[in-house]
Design a protein around this ligand. Structure first.
Ligand code: ZN
Length: 487
């Protein structure tokens, strides 16, 4: 079936960059785009007029940690100083215990609820493709189910690592290495990929995720890299993401995480590196002669930048202009919450300007590329993240006028309007693979109020049990007091 969508603002792609088309037409046949331009001369079966709305490519989230975020809600405005701001460490339980609400440990109905929440939240903000960054095999399978049902596109594969991170009896961070376990987890990841890659009409793809540079042995990283090359799989890991990790890698291996990955041959196109905001080229890392940025620039690996997550912890990427100026690809990711690509674009743009002290850095067009083409390119998908003939019919319709606000009015440049004044909730309709997956903010098969109620109930149970696993025995209230005294 051939469908034409007329749009007041259409974001096309000319093969090199996005382009803005005023009063344009997008035509797709089944799952593939066949025309993007001013006027299509051929015949169509269905014609839809989106009026003055914006039609653009679906967003690509390069860094998703699945789950309903109940534990992450305990992470803002508080934390243990000795964890140096690393958000993930706030969630590690005492060794031998598991934290409730942790999606890695969830099972049964809770697991399914967390997976559904993840996919629905992404879809609601116009994300049409996402990369999951290392959740458990159970979570990946649950995600695959919901991805298939709701028509999303995803890169899935259980994460693996060579040991267990926890806190010892005095509440200090401790890591118990288990190299054999890492290798067997890698085998399980391969089995998952064999079972799921290509499912959901090709919308599910496998990915190898050795979780973090500091929690994986060199032999595990090497093996994962060899297998990714051999099987043509995308590889993702967290690197230069955390001061602990950087200095521990230096202590263990005599080099920075980026230098270690270069040594292993793991820095190359098709590799996604979570964060890279602690590159040793930075003066604040006190690593004289650090060449991390130059190494990254020569490698073709892509930085998955999660600006909201960094800012919440008082961190930053220093800075966007420097990375992009060297030619380092940057894709955006939500990492924790909220999963709102519009908020991420705004945060990336403002962080880039603040970190550089330069208003020309991280302009709207560049952060829009980071939310669309950059993620697609690292996945090797020239058919995603852009609207052009031959690309997949993955697009979103966004209202620029709204019925209950003046945020975006008046619109001169729709990309700047979106980056500066938009919200994920401005996404009205989502089409993936030529099928409508959300229409006027309704996702078929999803009862949003019921999902909200279930999540709230589940999260309250999680918060109730925090002291059972918190390494210092603190309750949720003790870890993170309410913003004002609770009457
Ligand atoms: Zn992450």
């Amino acid at each position: 079936m051939r469908t034409r969508v007329k749009a007041g603002w259409l974001i096309g792609h000319d093969g090199r960059s996005h382009e803005i088309i005023r009063d344009g037409e997008l035509v797709y046949e089944d799952s593939e785009i066949i025309f993007v331009g001013r006027h299509f001369e051929g015949s169509v079966d269905v014609s839809i007029d989106a009026g003055g709305k914006l039609v653009g490519p679906g967003f690509i989230d390069s860094h998703v940690h699945a789950g309903h975020r109940a534990v992450h809600r305990l992470m803002s405005d508080c934390g243990r100083p000795e964890f140096l701001g690393q958000p993930f460490y706030e969630l590690i339980p005492s060794l031998g215990k598991s934290s409730t609400g942790d999606p890695r440990r969830a099972v049964g109905r809770e697991l399914d609820l967390q997976a559904q929440y993840t996919v629905v939240e992404l879809l609601l903000s116009g994300i049409t493709t996402f990369v999951e960054f290392g959740a458990s095999a159970g979570m990946q399978a649950a995600l695959a189910d919901h991805v298939e049902k709701l028509g999303m596109r995803a890169y899935l594969g259980p994460g693996f690592e060579s040991g267990k991170l926890g806190c010892d009896q005095d509440g200090r961070r401790a890591f118990e290495p288990h190299d054999d376990e890492g290798m067997s987890q890698l085998q399980e990841a391969l089995q998952f990929i064999e079972r799921h890659d290509g499912k959901a009409e090709g919308r599910i793809k496998g990915i190898l995720v050795p979780r973090e540079v500091d929690t994986c042995s060199v032999s595990l990283l090497k093996r994962a890299n060899e297998l990714a090359i051999e099987r043509k799989l995308v590889l993702a890991t967290h690197a230069a993401y955390n001061p602990w990790e950087v200095y521990e890698t230096i202590a263990r291996h005599g080099c920075t995480p980026i230098e270690l990955l270069e040594r292993i041959g793991m820095l190359r196109p098709g590799v996604i590196l979570g964060h890279c905001n602690y590159c040793a080229s930075e003066g604040r890392m006190h690593y004289p002669g650090g060449r991390d940025l130059e190494i990254l620039a020569q490698s073709g690996a892509c930085v998955s930048h999660c600006p909201v997550n960094l800012m919440r912890r008082g961190r930053m990427l220093d800075h966007w202009g420097k990375y992009r100026g060297l030619g380092i690809p940057i894709a955006l990711g939500s990492d924790t919450y909220p999963r709102d690509m519009v908020a991420l674009m705004r945060a990336a743009s403002y962080m880039g300007k603040m970190a550089s002290g330069d208003l020309f850095v991280a302009p709207a067009g560049e952060v829009y590329e980071a939310a669309t083409t950059a993620g697609a390119d690292v996945l090797g998908r020239r058919d995603l993240g852009r609207l052009a003939p031959g690309a997949k019919a993955d697009f979103i319709v966004m209202g620029l006028s709204g019925t209950r606000h003046l945020r975006l009015t008046p619109v001169r440049d729709p990309i700047r309007a979106l980056v500066e004044c938009g919200m994920g909730d401005d996404v009205e309709t989502v089409v993936i693979d030529g099928h409508v997956r959300m229409r006027e903010r309704v996702i078929p098969g999803i009862d949003l109020p019921a999902l909200q109620r279930d999540i709230q109930r589940d999260a309250e149970a999680v918060w109730e049990q925090v002291k059972d696993w918190d390494p210092l025995g603190r309750s949720a209230e003790a870890r993170q007091p309410y913003s004002f005294p609770m009457r």
